[in-house]
Design a protein around this ligand. Structure first.
Ligand SMILES: [Zn+2]
Length: 208
């Protein structure tokens, strides 16, 4: 049971990944989580992440490889946030072949960029932990929290120009992977416009 989860930023990959690993008892191989762990112990990488520099393919591939070969990943894994470039795909293929590991399915959560922008740029949070979306679940009073009446804030990562920038990178670097896996016959496209539980059902049906 080895899977890859692909899709644009804001398509809900993180949420789905958590549900999948919980239900099927496989390991969540999230590069986001790995980075957070590494930045705590590695000053060089930590500095790069802090200053917004890209982490080289070599560093990412090695990090994933080390995690992938740990004992617990033998029962199955879900790759989330990796691979992101064709170079990473090739490196992953080399590792998988050497270790005789097969990817069963690549799930691609497809979501229109306009919808991605609505979902992310509409997001507002409150310091009390409540969250809103100005398009889908707006607060009762404009830009104030329903519970504590504090002013809602928009995270930097959710600002429209930041999201658009991430979408441009996704379009240029990650989109080609969809075609690669489609040709390989391992891709299953999931309609990301559906609700969270419908998306989860679509994915679950395809996990043996
Ligand atoms: Zn609040």
């Amino acid at each position: 049971m080895n899977y890859i989860l692909l899709g644009p930023p804001g398509a809900g990959k993180g949420t789905q990944a958590k549900k999948i690993v919980d239900k099927f008892g496989i390991v969540h191989l999230s590069t986001g989580h790995m980075f957070r762990k590494v930045t705590k112990s590695d000053d060089v990488i930590s500095e790069r992440v802090a200053s917004g520099q890209l982490i080289s393919d070599e560093i990412v591939v090695n990090m994933v490889k080390n995690r992938l070969l740990q004992e617990d990943a033998k029962k199955g894994f879900l790759l989330d946030g990796f691979p992101r470039t064709l170079t990473q795909v090739q490196a992953l293929d080399v590792i998988l072949e050497a270790e005789n590991i097969k990817i069963d399915t690549v799930f691609f959560i497809d979501l229109d960029y306009k919808e991605v922008i609505k979902r992310t740029s509409g997001r507002r949070v409150c310091s009390c932990g409540a969250s809103y979306n100005m398009f889908f679940i707006p607060p009762k009073e404009d830009s104030k929290c329903d519970f504590c009446k504090k002013e809602l804030i928009q995270r930097n990562d959710d600002k429209e120009e930041v999201v658009k920038n991430r979408l441009n990178i996704y379009e240029a670097q990650t989109k080609p992977l969809i075609e690669y896996y489609r040709k390989k016959g391992t891709l299953i496209k999931i309609d990301g416009l559906k609700s969270e539980s419908e998306v989860f059902n679509q994915i679950s049906e395809n996990i043996k």
